[in-house]
Design a protein around this ligand. Structure first.
Ligand code: PHE
Length: 453
């Protein structure tokens, strides 16, 4: 808080704002999670519910978080202390901080697996379609305590190095280079997958809905994915919002990011499902889909070896961009609330995250006997609590904050750049969606997904 705001680091160009925020949204959520949740929940019906959740919950909340961040111009807990002094709204930020720690714990573990898979695929170890070999290779990686820890710690150290360069020279510089490459590479892989004989089955699976497969838990899963995908309810978008330029058009940027993120998920789906169906694999492999099915798919593709390496490299790039925005949350809180220098805040966070993250990495081996929620191990419990409980709750509170405390006039002022954008009637609609529809939807979905049986 004591930092002079005029010296605060931030994104330097409009494209930088876009690349960094899209970099937060695009990640394992698109390439690992989206395909396996679509696969588990029966395809296009889930996609439809997910898109509705994104439009009526995700997008309005993204606009809310960015504008709260930019207006208060500080860390995700400080923003609420500044906009609503002497109240308890800062608890939204504290909730976010807890989710961030849980997410980083399992997210960095999965990125570790992706890096291990880059190494495996370069060495040609995955060039087979023998399911037993591929399953064995994956199981061996995640159940080996030392290798899973080593990969995870390496990932966190890498992120620490990038973040110690700061916002414009670290986050912005890296994501600006990564995002366009990622998009191009994904198009190449999707085009190859689509050109396989029998690919249409996968396209149908992704785009022709079967409503019979939709139940309460599927709807809660879709809502959780909408939060996870757009990095909402944790403070990542709020802190990035505080780095936004004053002349950036927030609703337009959020809308473009939502569309681009959806495009990346669909591209990932088009890279995976056509090939999965063309080769007779099953789409409901869960979190292992990316690691066990994809190599077999590439094995059968023309230029498969090279494309497999490319695919895992691009997954790693996307995931690192998202992890930057997660780790930025504790860093900014320590830097701006506790007045630690940026460098100390970075390395204190990384050391803590290495320790806390190890709980997830070890939950398939040394700590495998520990179950926390509904018989789930540590990794799955962290994932469940963050996506299905904490993020939606923080989202619900944020929408109430905007509706009840911050108010329509302040919301419109912030999102119209003090009236210079001439978008008041659009903002009026967004405000009412945010203040009424968003919280009601979240409350109903959480109630039926978690409480009522
Ligand atoms: N949006 C990221 C993804 O889809 C995950 C994420 C969640 C990033 C929360 C930041 C905050 O992979």
């Amino acid at each position: 808080m004591a930092n002079a705001n005029n010296q605060r680091d931030g994104f330097s160009s409009s494209f930088g704002v876009f690349a960094a925020t899209l970099g937060s949204a695009v990640g394992l959520g698109n390439i690992w999670r989206f395909p396996y949740e679509v696969g588990n929940s029966g395809g296009a019906g889930f996609l439809l519910v997910y898109i509705l959740a994104t439009l009526f919950v995700g997008l309005p909340l993204m606009i809310a978080e960015i504008s709260i961040g930019r207006t208060a111009n500080t860390d995700p807990i400080g923003v609420y202390k500044k906009l609503a002094p002497r109240s308890l709204w800062w608890i939204i930020g504290a909730f976010g901080l807890v989710s961030v720690l849980l997410i980083i714990s399992f997210y960095s573990d999965v990125i570790g697996w992706v890096f291990a898979y880059i190494a495996k695929s370069v060495r040609g170890h995955l060039l087979t379609q023998d399911k037993a070999v591929l399953e064995g290779s994956f199981t061996q990686l995640i159940t080996n305590p030392s290798s899973s820890l080593a990969w995870q710690w390496g990932v966190l150290l890498l992120v620490g190095i990038i973040l110690s360069f700061g916002v414009s020279k670290g986050i912005e510089a890296v994501t600006k280079k990564l995002m366009p490459v990622l998009f191009l590479l994904l198009c190449v892989v999707a085009a190859t997958s689509l050109s396989m004989p029998g690919a249409m089955e996968g396209v149908k699976f992704l785009f022709v809905p079967d409503m019979a497969k939709i139940d309460r838990s599927v709807i809660l899963t879709a809502l959780g994915l909408a939060f996870f995908k757009l990095s909402l309810g944790v403070g990542s978008i709020t802190i990035y919002g505080s780095y936004f330029r004053r002349d950036q058009n927030i609703p337009k940027t959020a809308f473009t990011i939502m569309l681009a993120d959806l495009a990346v998920s669909l591209l990932a789906g088009l890279a995976i499902f056509p090939a999965v169906f063309a080769l007779g694999f099953s789409p409901d492999k869960g979190p292992a889909l990316l690691f066990q099915t994809i190599p077999a798919v590439f094995f059968k593709m023309p230029m498969g070896h090279a494309l497999m390496v490319v695919f895992f490299v691009l997954t790693a790039m996307a995931a690192i961009g998202a992890l930057l925005s997660l780790v930025e949350v504790p860093i900014s809180v320590m830097h701006e609330r506790l007045n630690l220098s940026r460098i100390s805040a970075t390395w204190v966070s990384i050391v803590f995250l290495i320790l806390f993250g190890s709980l997830s990495a070890l939950s398939f081996s040394t700590l495998g006997h520990i179950t926390l929620i509904q018989g789930k191990n540590i990794f799955d419990s962290f994932d469940f609590v963050s996506s299905k409980v904490l993020m939606p709750t923080a989202g619900l509170l944020t929408s109430l904050f905007v509706g009840l405390r911050w108010g329509k006039a302040a919301f419109i002022r912030a999102n119209s750049n003090e009236g210079s954008l001439n978008n008041a009637s659009l903002l009026n609609i967004i405000f009412w969606v945010l203040a009424v529809i968003t919280p009601i939807l979240i409350a109903i979905i959480m109630y039926f997904g978690l409480v009522s049986k």
